[in-house]
Write a protein that binds this ligand. Structure first.
Ligand code: 6PG
Length: 235
């Protein structure tokens, strides 16, 4: 697990944007295609705007499959929908790609089962989880990532599903779907984006090798994990 520290949230977003385009290009060069697990949250959103403004012509997006790590249950065009915002900021500028958008207007159970079956159709690694070339993760102040919340009944670190329903989320809205830890196990590279002083306690805890925080467990799943932090979150 590595970390890179930048002097502002904008600098984190710029670095993440440039890193994503390079990572996806190198996966395309090797295998002809690549997959990217998107994250909701403030810093990823800044990075999406930077990609839309500066990097749209840098990649043949038709080779890319977009997945999202978690989604809120509700109307697809509602204000809570993570994908909808990412589409407005970035994906509407990508003319051709494979977009695996969750059917989050179903119940959490049905949306999770549907997303699981669509992810099962992707190339998979030896342990059965999808081979994601790049995974972006955000982190909440409580150390949650995706919709995996600390000390929450629905967070099962040993789940053998790829996608699970979540109810009673401590961060609204209540109902969600989320990739599980198992769903991340064949990721080729994970980048964790965390900025702001309010995140620094959770960042510090997550670097403890015994930490049970969801972000810490996700960070330890593969070797190729890099934290992109600003000075406020890292201090
Ligand atoms: C969600 C998000 C969530 C987010 C973190 C960090 O659906 O609520 O996916 O997991 O990534 O809470 O968000 P911020 O970067 O906005 O603090």
């Amino acid at each position: 697990m590595k970390s890179q520290i930048f002097d502002s949230a904008i600098a984190v977003a710029e670095a993440a944007a440039s890193d994503a385009v390079q990572t996806l290009q190198s996966a395309v060069n090797k295998r002809g295609s690549a997959s990217w697990v998107l994250a909701g949250g403030s810093t990823p959103n800044l990075a999406y705007e930077i990609i839309a403004a500066n990097y749209i012509d840098h990649l043949d997006w038709s080779r890319i499959t977009f997945i999202i790590g978690d989604e809120r249950i509700g109307p697809l065009d509602g204000p809570d929908n993570n994908w909808q915002l990412i589409e407005e900021l970035f994906l509407q500028h990508v003319l051709e790609a494979t977009f695996l958008r969750p059917k989050s207007d179903l119940t959490a159970e049905d949306a999770a089962a549907d997303y699981q079956s669509r992810l099962e159709a992707l190339p998979r690694g030896s342990n059965g989880a999808p081979l994601f070339d790049l995974v972006w993760l955000g982190m909440g102040e409580d150390g949650h990532t995706l919709s995996l919340f600390p000390d929450h009944d629905d967070f099962d670190p040993h789940s053998s599903r790829l996608v699970m329903p979540v109810h009673n989320s401590p961060k609204p809205p209540s109902d969600r779907i989320s990739l599980t830890l198992y769903g991340l196990t064949e990721s080729q590279k994970t980048v964790i984006l965390a900025t702001g002083e309010q995140k620094k306690t959770a960042v510090k805890s997550a670097f403890d090798s015994e930490s049970k925080l969801p972000i810490a467990q996700a960070a330890r799943i593969i070797d190729e994990t890099t934290w992109f932090l600003d000075e406020a979150a890292s201090s």
